[in-house]
Design a protein. Structure first.
Length: 333
């Protein structure tokens, strides 16, 4: 079913709690609705498809149509002695899927526990935490191709996945994801790559890891339903080995992680922390004290301009001190 709302208040649709509106809001709950939605949208009107709104910053009212999928469903599409493959509706809440998978004892998603948002958006964004990324479990993305006006199955190898990157982000608006196929393991092997999880060798099931991840996240990150935020506001910068060598000469303690593409990843949280910006406020916007990569709206009174001004302050401080330009992870609309 397709539901259409005019002059729609988006404050409950973005975890940053920005009080903005859109001209039209369209919600649908089955893949068969998608061609109809696009037929009705017409050619000229701007549109934006959202998920749980947990990685978005609305900078002003949206003069177009915001689309949202409520497509439900968790279906087993393949079952072998070692693995199970699930087809998950784009509108399913990621963490509910993770909790359910852990209850079955199926491994692969547990390190992503408590990441806010919905399944479709997780596949767009290639969400990641604690040593796992969505691409590690995705096998196919099922989508509607708005150019060819047909349904397509995209194998994970063709999704262009990288660190918070995908083909769906680059070729924006082309594919509308309606289901995501993921493969989970029945033979539990914990992923303990992340330093804070290394001591968990006694974990016997995915639920043990899920519980540890939840405790770790709660010690650092605000839950968006309690303190509005959009999670990490910036991506961790990846710099050249030469740039890194210079930086390390001045700051021997700088944490760093080599990446597969020969670059060095340095934590934006550390750079911001060194600039002494924890807890800094602009209007109603505040840098989270326990994890300065997160910009929060603690009293729900921050305007988009407050957030943008605080973002600018952070970017300028890090640039001045380290000559590194931070780029937002949060999508600005
Ligand atoms: N750090 C500080 N001061 C702080 C906090 C952190 O110096 O107050 C330094 C520490 O050296 C720490 C390093 O920053 O070791 C990294 O911090 P953390 O492990 O918390 O992870 P992160 O790199 O800041 C990324 C993701 C998070 C994800 C965590 C855990 C990005 C942009 N963010 O943060 O994802 O939960 O790793 O895997 O990659 C999100 O995307 O919304 C998100 C929360």
């Amino acid at each position: 079913m397709i539901k259409i709302f005019d002059d729609y208040d988006l404050s409950g649709r973005n975890t940053m709690a920005m009080a903005v509106k859109c001209k039209r809001f369209i919600e649908y709950d089955q893949k068969e609705d998608i061609p109809q939605v696009f037929k009705d949208l017409g050619q000229r009107e701007p549109w934006l498809h959202i998920g749980g709104g947990s990685n978005l910053l609305f900078t002003c009212d949206y003069e177009g149509t915001v689309l949202h999928s409520r497509i439900p469903g968790i279906e087993v599409i393949e079952d072998t002695p070692e693995t199970v493959t699930l087809r998950i509706g784009a509108g399913e809440t990621l963490d509910e899927v993770i909790e359910w998978a852990c209850e079955q004892g199926w491994g692969g998603l547990e390190n992503l526990s408590l990441i806010p948002g919905e399944m479709g958006a997780a596949a767009v964004q290639n969400v990641g935490a604690y040593g796992t990324e969505a691409k590690d479990v995705i096998v196919h993305v099922q989508a509607y191709d708005t150019h060819e006006r047909t349904f397509v199955t995209i194998p994970v190898a063709d999704c262009g996945y990288g660190y918070r990157q995908s083909r769906f982000k680059h070729d924006k608006g082309r594919f509308i994801i309606h289901d995501v196929d993921i493969r989970l393991s029945k033979n539990f092997t914990p992923n303990l790559k992340y330093p804070g999880l290394r001591d968990l060798h006694s974990a016997t099931c995915p639920m043990d890891i899920r519980n540890a991840v939840i405790a770790l996240r709660d010690s650092k990150l605000p839950r968006p339903e309690q303190v509005p935020s959009a999670g990490s506001f910036f991506m961790n910068p990846q710099i050249t080995p030469e740039q890194f060598a210079q930086l390390q000469a001045n700051y021997p303690a700088i944490p760093h992680y080599p990446t597969a593409n020969g670059l060095m990843k340095v934590p934006a949280a550390w750079l911001i922390d060194q600039c002494r910006l924890k807890g800094v406020e602009v209007g109603g916007a505040k840098v989270w004290s326990k994890q300065p990569l997160v910009i929060t709206n603690p009293d729900r009174r921050a305007t988009p301009d407050d957030i943008l001004a605080l973002e600018k302050k952070i970017v300028e401080a890090v640039k001045a001190r380290f000559n590194i330009t931070l780029h937002p992870e949060v999508e600005h609309v």
